[in-house]
Design a protein around this ligand. Structure first.
Ligand code: SF4
Ligand code: SF4
Length: 272
């Protein structure tokens, strides 16, 4: 498991809201004097789908990816474990940046695709249920001085953001659950469950197939077969399992005979 990092400071979004058809001035390319400057000393939050894509692109296991390239942090308010790309400890550069640019560019994380756009989340408490983008302007980035203009929706399409957003929805729901806002202490074994099912899919696959897991849960045969080889299917299942195991939601069905054990376990949790 990667080392734990510093708590996460949630950023305050720029009040200048951009809708999908609003334009902004920006261009990024290797001819700019700032090329790759943005790939160092930066906090890049990784989503489960980012990790899935990156470990596949690098041809390594999820456990190896987590060990080599990530660091665990906590959200400041609710202490939810989240994952960050680990910068080189000496140069503070991203492990994937080269003189020629990003060496995993077709598989780069969601945060790298979005830049220089930020996203204000509609479900985040205090944002009034609205969703908008905003421009991130940093002195190091000279892309804002270029004459090219984009509509927000053009930028998102060009950067291939859509599959990341779709795959991110169930993860976002998990992160925004009332469970975290209850202030309840999250036990170390619960943290491990979350990190395994969200990010360490190869370990989660062994947990599903090499323990009594499938004797306890009633999962359709087709789904079980898909999960043997399909990481996306396994991730979707893992997020459902976390809602069941952490929040007590009925997102999965227990086989007959295991329901009673679950009720007893929840009663004893409630009385402790
Ligand atoms: S993943 Fe690629 S684009 Fe993102 S910071 Fe690293 S080198 Fe830059
Ligand atoms: S600093 Fe801005 S313009 Fe320069 S490479 Fe990074 S994103 Fe592109």
């Amino acid at each position: 498991m990667p080392p734990e990092g510093q708590p996460v400071e949630p950023g305050a979004p720029d009040p200048a809201r951009l809708g999908l058809d609003d334009e902004f001035q920006f261009y990024c390319g290797p001819e700019l004097d700032c090329f790759t400057r943005c790939c160092q000393d930066v906090s890049i939050l990784l989503t489960p789908y980012d990790v899935l894509r990156l470990k596949r692109a690098l041809g390594i296991s999820s456990s190896e990816f987590l060990e080599r390239y990530t660091i665990v942090g906590r959200t400041r308010q609710h202490k939810i474990p989240v994952l960050f790309l680990k910068m080189d400890p000496e140069t503070r550069r991203c492990p994937f940046v080269t003189e020629a640019g990003c060496r995993i560019y077709p598989h780069r994380p969601w945060a790298c695709r979005m830049y220089p756009l930020g996203l204000a989340d509609p479900q985040h408490p205090g944002l009034g249920g609205q969703r908008w983008h905003f421009l991130i302007k940093e002195d190091l980035c000279h892309g804002h001085r270029q004459p090219k203009r984009y509509r927000v929706r053009e930028w998102l399409a060009e950067q291939g953001v859509e599959p990341y957003e779709l795959m991110g929805l169930p993860f976002k729901e998990l992160m925004l659950s009332d469970f975290w806002q209850s202030g309840r202490e999250v036990r170390p074994e619960q943290v491990d469950m979350l990190l395994m099912a969200c990010y360490d899919l190869d370990r989660f696959r062994r947990f599903v197939f090499e323990t009594s897991f499938l004797q306890r849960f009633d999962v359709a045969e087709e789904r079980v077969e898909a999960m043997r080889t399909d990481d996306v299917e396994l991730l979707e299942f893992g997020l459902q399992w976390l809602r069941f195991a952490l929040f007590g939601e009925r997102t999965l069905r227990l086989r007959r005979g295991h329901e009673r054990g679950r009720i007893a376990a929840r009663r004893s949790e409630g009385s402790s």
